[in-house]
Design a protein around this ligand. Structure first.
Ligand SMILES: [Zn+2]
Length: 188
């Protein structure tokens, strides 16, 4: 905890006690840089973070749901459980830093997409297709197109009509590239 007097981040707790109702913990701290003492109060969070859905309804934020979404998107993909845990932790941290009581579900969805995109493009398209609630193949093409473009172009191309039927896409996907093999890096 940063000292309010000298701004140093170096203190020690010299006394810690619960208040009578036990929902608040009072801590007496001493700054090791300037020697001054401060008191902090730690409270139990009364309003847990809630997720605001598209229809305006609210549900409690659950980290588990992010992980489940990631796992579904990465099914049968060469993405380790560790990576999914890391992404979940990263997203959770991002949200808790910026949102106090409520976070729009859109924000969580976008964060998941952003991270998935870096890790596995198939998983990204899968997640995007569910998350964005694709209506037709045109939506799919749009996301696929976003992937193909590494850098965003300055000029915006006029929206093309979807020429390719869905069948072709499915066939192409089936015979697509093999997943990268893991484990060819030398173990250290
Ligand atoms: Zn100080």
């Amino acid at each position: 905890m940063r000292c309010p007097f000298c701004k140093e981040n170096n203190d020690k707790v010299i006394d810690s006690r619960e208040s009578t109702d036990a929902f608040v913990i009072r801590r007496r701290r001493e700054c090791l840089a300037c020697g001054r003492r401060i008191t902090t109060y730690e409270r139990i969070e009364e309003t847990p973070l809630r997720v605001v859905k598209k229809d305006g309804s609210r549900t409690p934020f659950e980290r588990r749901r992010i992980l489940i979404g990631l796992m579904k998107a990465c099914e049968k993909r060469p993405v380790s459980a560790d990576i999914l845990e890391d992404i979940t932790a990263k997203i959770e941290e991002h949200i808790s830093e910026r949102y106090d009581r409520e976070v729009p579900s859109r924000v969580i969805g976008n964060l998941i997409m952003r991270e998935l995109r870096k890790v596995d493009q198939v998983a990204y398209v899968r997640f995007a297709s569910v998350y964005r609630d694709f209506k037709d193949v045109e939506d799919f093409e749009q996301v696929a197109g976003e992937l193909r473009r590494k850098k965003p172009t300055t000029k915006k191309a006029p929206k093309r009509a979807a020429k390719k039927p869905a069948k072709r896409k499915a066939a192409k996907k089936k015979g697509g590239r093999k997943p990268r093999t893991d484990g060819d890096a030398p173990a250290s």
